[in-house]
Design a protein around this ligand. Structure first.
Ligand SMILES: [Cu+2]
Length: 183
């Protein structure tokens, strides 16, 4: 479940929170397993009370064998999917990625605004800034890697490489997926 830092009580979550403005390489706990590392992970949802959210990160294969990202899951949402954007008639649209994502030796999977992302559908609790979302990534060779992804709502509007498309993602995506799909 989400770890919501108790206000006024110092704790691990608050420590992460305080560090979040530092460069990614200074974050306290990069996930390490079988040469696969996750950098710069953060999560956003469109607004308070939103039923969906997205996470972004860079997954790096440090000299391991060629690998593939098979799936993602989290107790923070009813469903977790890998999504990407495809351009249709000049408009970026979300689409689910059904095939495993290749992660070659010394290669990366870059999940960034306007591109690949981990989609959380049906959040069990709405996300607030500083919440910690547990996320398990399942790799063919490296196995399961569980990371803590901080919710960073400050990143909702800024720094999206695609500008408007980044915002469309946050604001429109929850609606796209609705919760009426029945799984
Ligand atoms: Cu999505």
């Amino acid at each position: 479940m989400l770890g919501r830092g108790p206000s006024g009580t110092p704790g691990d979550h608050n420590r992460c929170f305080a560090l979040r403005s530092l460069p990614c390489c200074c974050l306290p706990r990069p996930a390490l397993a079988a040469g696969v590392e996750v950098h710069e992970a953060y999560a956003i949802s469109a607004m308070p009370g939103a039923r969906s959210g997205a996470a972004f990160m860079i997954i790096h294969n440090h000299g391991g064998p060629d690998d593939r990202l098979l799936a993602a899951r989290s107790p923070a949402a009813e469903r977790v999917e890998i999504h990407t954007h495809v351009m249709e008639d000049g408009i970026a649209r979300m689409t689910r990625v059904e095939e495993p994502l290749p992660l070659p030796a010394d290669g990366e999977i870059v999940m960034e605004r306007g591109g690949l992302h981990v989609m959380f559908l049906g959040l069990t609790e709405s996300w607030e800034d500083g919440d910690i979302v547990p996320l398990t990534l399942v790799f063919e060779k490296a196995g399961e890697i569980t990371i803590d992804v901080p919710v960073d709502l400050d990143r909702l509007d800024g720094e999206a490489p695609g500008g408007a498309s980044g915002m469309d993602h946050g604001a429109g995506h929850g609606m796209d997926h609705g919760m009426g799909q029945g799984g």
